[in-house]
Design a protein around this ligand. Structure first.
Ligand code: APR
Length: 246
């Protein structure tokens, strides 16, 4: 039987059992085992596609149908995907009565479909659309759209995916939620499946640490946050997280 104190996973599991407030910062890696490609991995989107041709306002203005073909394809992948044990483990923490905020960079809805109820989508949702003309934003699960690009039913303006593209400002609402959660104190911060390329992700992780959290990274690889983490659990989220929460 491993002693929890010298076994990083055991130490983390013990801290999670005692925790009241848990922040989970997630990225594409937590959905990889559900069959959704990551962005920078060896099979990732940005190895095959040029992000500036798919995930920018300029690309959309240039060819909205082309950009929508990619998002329509990704909406299909998300619809066919199922939450994996990594998503389920985070939902189990909530079901165990802990205060959990899942702050995700992912635009899929697998956290919600696993049962997580407190999810902040830092980069928006692939199931939401926004009209370029009247600015109305709504949940639109239509799949597939009869024609691309889809149009607003109110003003016939072009609809775009309501996600954050490169070079765009983050929406305030999810950021405020994350900052408010952290200001209330954090016992454990789990950074799961993200390359942590964006400064705000690193900022949230370090702010959680300053708010009292044990900073735990769950990732098979090394990232810019790895050296700052108190605990590094090097493995796939779908295998590591259930062991922490079980
Ligand atoms: N379990 C845990 N982590 C994994 C797994 C897995 N099964 N598989 C891969 N990973 C890790 C990789 O090692 C990598 O660190 O997930 C991370 C995925 O990194 P990225 O592909 O860069 O995804 P992410 O960090 O979420 O990207 C952030 O960049 O392109 C934008 O908007 C896009 O939201 C995205 C953002």
């Amino acid at each position: 039987m491993k002693n929890g104190m010298n076994d990083p996973a055991g130490r983390t599991a013990e801290r999670l059992r005692a925790a009241h407030r848990v922040l989970a910062l997630t990225g594409a890696g937590i959905s990889a085992e559900s069959g959704i490609p990551t962005f920078r991995g060896k099979e990732g989107w940005w190895r095959k596609e040029d992000p500036t041709r798919l995930a920018t306002q300029a690309a959309f203005d240039r060819d909205p149908a082309y950009v929508w073909e990619w998002y329509q394809y990704r909406r299909g992948l998300v619809r066919e995907a199922e939450p994996n044990p990594g998503h389920q483990a985070l939902a189990d923490l909530e079901r165990a009565g802990k205060e959990v905020l899942v702050a995700t960079q992912n635009v899929d809805d697998l956290h919600e479909r696993a049962g997580s109820r407190n999810v902040a989508h830092i980069h928006g949702s692939i199931w939401r659309v926004r009209c370029e003309r009247c600015r109305r934003e709504s949940h639109d699960p239509t799949h597939p759209f009869p024609t691309l690009p889809p149009r607003c039913q109110h003003c016939q303006g072009l609809l775009r995916p309501a996600v954050v593209w490169f070079g765009e400002m983050l929406a305030h609402e999810p950021i405020i939620r994350i900052e408010n959660f952290i200001s209330g104190g954090v016992d454990v911060a789990l950074v799961i499946g993200t390359e942590a390329v964006f400064g705000y992700i690193q900022g949230f992780a370090m702010a959680a640490r300053r708010a009292g959290a044990l900073l735990v990274e769950v990732n098979p690889g090394q990232t810019p946050l790895s050296d700052a983490a108190d605990v590094r659990l090097q493995g796939p989220a779908g295998a590591v997280l259930p062991r922490l929460v079980g």
